[in-house]
Design a protein around this ligand. Structure first.
Ligand SMILES: O=C(O)CCC(=O)C(=O)O
Length: 259
């Protein structure tokens, strides 16, 4: 996929990733590239969303299609996004961060529609991943400008270096079934860094980095982003356990009338 991506030195990125647990590239994609990606995404919403399976699409209010807030597995429904996930600089950046070849796992969509949206609870992605190691990353691409008002991402710098995972408990937040239960220590607060930026800003985070976002406070702006999850080739994925967890979650959400 031919974008003129604006990539800093890969060696520097790797050192920063290892030290902080994330990479931040203020303008991975130019304004015109983002116009193209957003145009393709408008087409995706019209043509592909109706074909997606139950449990792959979440709305803040399922009766209101304007409140589309989260999707999983976009790459399975469309060649453009399959290519963006499998054959772009994003995959190279994932392999660079992990220091090994990567396997694309799922491309996701995260929105916080205006008016009514959820917070993203503090969590570590690896806690959801069912892998036997922490060799996984998530890339996060802002589809529009993001800031304090519409709910930009926050990372707890260096939290990938903690031994094991922080305790997670059930969250009642649609789209994020688990969150860190002991979040908010002085250390967490001291190391929290927020990432405001323009459409085209790209973040890449470690499976153990604690991250979160506030709800969107704007009445008019959305906060749309893509997530790109890759495993390192050394990670073994327990797909059976994952399928079981997903079925359980789906049944629970249906019983609460959220799907
Ligand atoms: O976009 C968000 O608010 C959450 C994203 C997230 O949790 C992730 O990319 O791992």
């Amino acid at each position: 996929m031919n974008f003129n991506s604006n990539i800093p030195d890969l060696g520097d990125l790797k050192n920063i990733y290892d030290e902080n647990g994330y990479n931040h590239i203020p303008e991975l994609f130019s304004k015109s590239d983002m116009e193209l990606i957003n145009k393709e995404f408008d087409r995706y919403i019209k043509d592909c969303v109706p074909k997606m399976k139950e449990g792959e699409v979440y709305y803040v209010d399922k009766e209101n299609k304007d409140t589309l807030m989260q999707m999983q597995k976009l790459e399975e429904y469309d060649a453009f996004f399959h290519d963006l996930f499998h054959n772009s600089k994003i995959k190279e950046l994932a392999a660079n961060a992990l220091g090994e070849d990567v396997i694309p796992r799922a491309m996701e969509y995260f929105n916080k529609p205006p008016g009514k949206s959820n917070p993203t609870p503090p969590h570590q992605d690896g806690y959801y991943f069912n892998l036997d190691n922490d060799k996984a990353v998530t890339g996060w691409l802002a589809l529009e400008d993001v800031d304090d008002e519409n709910g930009c991402i926050h990372y707890v710098k260096g939290s990938h270096k903690y031994e094991g995972y922080r305790p997670h408990g059930k969250s009642e937040i649609l789209g994020f079934s688990k969150g860190v239960t002991d979040f908010g220590t002085e250390e967490d607060k001291k190391n929290t860094v927020k990432f405001e930026g323009k459409a085209g800003m790209f973040l890449m985070h470690h499976a153990k980095i604690i991250h979160f976002a506030d709800p969107n406070k704007s009445k008019t702006r959305s906060r749309r982003a893509f997530g790109f999850v890759y495993h390192g080739v050394s990670a073994k994925h327990d797909k059976k356990k994952e399928k079981m967890e997903q079925e359980q979650l789906k049944a629970e959400l249906k019983s609460k009338n959220k799907l």
